[in-house]
Design a protein around this ligand. Structure first.
Ligand code: ADP
Ligand code: MG
Length: 172
């Protein structure tokens, strides 16, 4: 059976905690095991965090949309933020997003990408605030396949697809 949840999140840090609570309750109601709920909640909060950090917000009506879609064992998470493609910094981040996703895909096992990234981060100065670990954590710990597209209306849609079994299955 198909199920979905849609949330609107204001681009403020304290909104992430509320979203985590709502998402966690929804996933639990879907019969997902605790580990799966934990992993998916991490995936969603990393994506929201990125939406807040890198989205182009201009007015009070600008927000982040979170869509969680469940179909059988497949969970699709989509986080959508406004994107001003005319802004150079926004374009640079989009390029980095693209490159990071391609780079992760280049590994057979996302664990290898995660280890490589950890090594790289440990070589960097401590004051560097952008850890750059979010997307690799989503791929490895969140067992998710990442993708993105830019819509015609100018918003960025980042998705993470994973397969966690719920309790709607007989043990085999
Ligand atoms: N929603 C987004 N919009 C634009 N760029 C993004 C978005 N999410 C990620 N990126 C780009 O991908 C890079 C890697 O993201 P991530 O792994 O989460 O690391 P971090 O958030 O610590 O920089 C970011 O530094 C940013 O340049
Ligand atoms: Mg991040």
């Amino acid at each position: 059976m198909e199920q979905s949840l849609r949330l609107t999140v204001k681009p403020q840090w304290d909104e992430i905690e509320n979203a985590r609570i709502e998402v966690g309750a929804y996933l639990q109601s879907q019969g997902l095991m605790r580990d799966a709920v934990h992993s998916l909640t991490m995936v969603i909060s990393e994506l929201i965090e990125n939406g807040i950090k890198y989205g182009s917000f201009t007015g009070p009506e600008d927000a982040i949309a979170v869509d969680i879609h469940r179909n059988g064992d497949t969970t699709t998470v989509e986080v959508i933020n406004p994107l001003n493609i005319k802004d150079k910094a926004a374009r640079n981040h989009l390029t980095k997003l693209d490159k990071t996703i391609q780079w992760i895909r280049g590994y057979q096992d996302p664990f290898e990408a995660y280890v490589e990234k950890l090594k790289e981060v440990s070589r960097r100065p401590l004051k560097d605030e952008e850890s750059g670990l979010g997307l690799v954590r989503i791929a490895y710990e969140g067992k998710s396949i990442l993708d993105f597209f830019v819509s015609e209306e100018g918003s960025l849609n980042v998705s993470a697809v994973s397969h966690f079994r719920g309790d709607n299955h007989e043990k085999d």
